[in-house]
Ligand binder design. Structure first.
Ligand code: 13P
Ligand code: SF4
Length: 357
């Protein structure tokens, strides 16, 4: 692996992470809201694009109404291809912004505009842009979990399903990289490809809490289990994985691998889809707190939890919470996202790229 002499980017202060507050609905309210939302979606020519970490209610509704539930790469692709005039994005802000950047002619709404992401928050454009400017010899690769302004400074956007392949491609072209914001994903990609990468020091508040020792204990209790890990997790957790991959890739692993049991190190919202595709398999949540846990959001993203049916109905009714991206930023940012989409189309990204294939 190539070492680099340049100084690392600044470390970031601990973020103020909100508590996880889930929406709880009685059956009759759920049914009434679902009907109301379906009617509003028809009237407003709207389609729902949801991430796997959102509630089962939202995931079910997206599928019943012809929308999509997927990882962040597929959310971007689906929203781009959709014919509807309004995209409602149930996820976190960067997902809504990506949809708007790709679809300036469509209206993009989100149930809650406070739904942030710790990776995005750890990489403010005011700090990131001068850092990139100080290293003009490096190609700038940013994770989709960033603001529109950071994407506008990037040469490439990647998601977890495509990160290794893009880095490999750039390495083969002899390029040196700046990688932001996730230091764990960046470290995994650097070790996998041997690319010369300087890593921004962001992290995901959910995935950084998974504990290798607790996972080893679980594996001793369940030797028949395969361990599935999202690459935003720390290296000692990734080292235990049978499969490292994006949310879609981890779901496919549950569906396709012969193991009867899986230990899953990612946000527990993913269990809804995993149960749906493989009802006979046993799924065990990887421990994220461990003894003396201090995590605020053990295995569930507090910002993803801000999405719910009540808020969705309200934004459809009022048109509130529209995502807007200033045009000069959008035209810059769309280039790095389109590069990713074109590359993923050529590379035929599906389950390929999982370690353990
Ligand atoms: P995926 O692209 O794998 O869905 O990841 C998005 C994310 O925010 C994971 O924490
Ligand atoms: Fe961001 Fe982590 Fe939440 Fe994903 S799970 S949206 S990376 S904070």
């Amino acid at each position: 692996m190539t070492t680099t002499a340049i100084s690392p980017p600044p470390a970031h202060p601990v973020l103020d992470v909100p508590p996880v507050v889930e929406e709880h609905l009685e059956e009759d309210e759920r049914a009434a809201l679902t009907e109301r939302i379906k009617r509003l979606m028809r009237e407003r020519d709207a389609i729902l694009v949801a991430h796997y970490y959102t509630s089962g209610d939202l995931q079910r509704l997206a599928e019943e109404t012809g929308g999509c539930v997927s990882d962040s790469l597929e959310m971007a692709r689906f929203g781009h291809a959709a014919k509807a005039g309004t995209l409602v994005v149930a996820g976190v802000r960067f997902m809504g912004e990506t949809a708007k950047i790709l679809n300036p002619e469509k209206r993009v709404l989100m149930p809650d505009l406070q739904a942030e992401c710790s990776l995005d928050l750890s990489c403010p454009a005011e700090e990131f842009v001068p850092f990139c400017d100080a290293h003009p010899d490096r190609t700038v690769v940013v994770y989709a979990n960033t603001s529109a302004a950071v994407k506008a400074r990037a040469d490439w956007v990647v998601t977890s399903s495509i990160a290794v392949k893009v880095a490999q491609h750039l390495k083969e072209r002899g390029e040196k990289l700046i990688w932001a914001p996730d230091r764990y994903l960046g470290d995994y990609v650097r070790r996998t490809t041997g690319a010369d990468m300087v890593l921004w020091q962001g992290s995901c508040v959910v995935h950084e809490k998974f504990k290798a020792e607790g996972i080893r204990e679980l594996k001793r209790e369940h030797p028949e289990a395969a361990i599935l890990v999202h690459p935003e997790s720390p290296p000692e957790v990734i080292a235990l994985a049978d499969v490292v991959g994006s949310t879609t890739q981890l779901i496919r692993a549950v569906e396709q691998l012969p193991h009867p049991t899986f230990i899953v190190a990612t946000d527990n919202g993913i269990f809804h889809k995993m149960h749906a595709v493989a009802p006979a398999k046993r799924l065990i949540e990887a421990p994220s707190g461990g003894r003396g846990a201090t995590c605020v959001s053990c295995a569930h993203c507090p910002w993803m939890a801000m999405n719910g049916l009540r808020k969705l109905a309200r934004v459809l009714e009022t048109g509130e919470n529209e995502i807007l991206v200033p045009e000069p930023i959008r035209v810059q940012a769309v280039r790095s996202i389109n590069r990713m989409l074109a590359f993923s189309g050529q590379a035929g990204i599906q389950v390929a790229g999982m370690s353990g294939d």
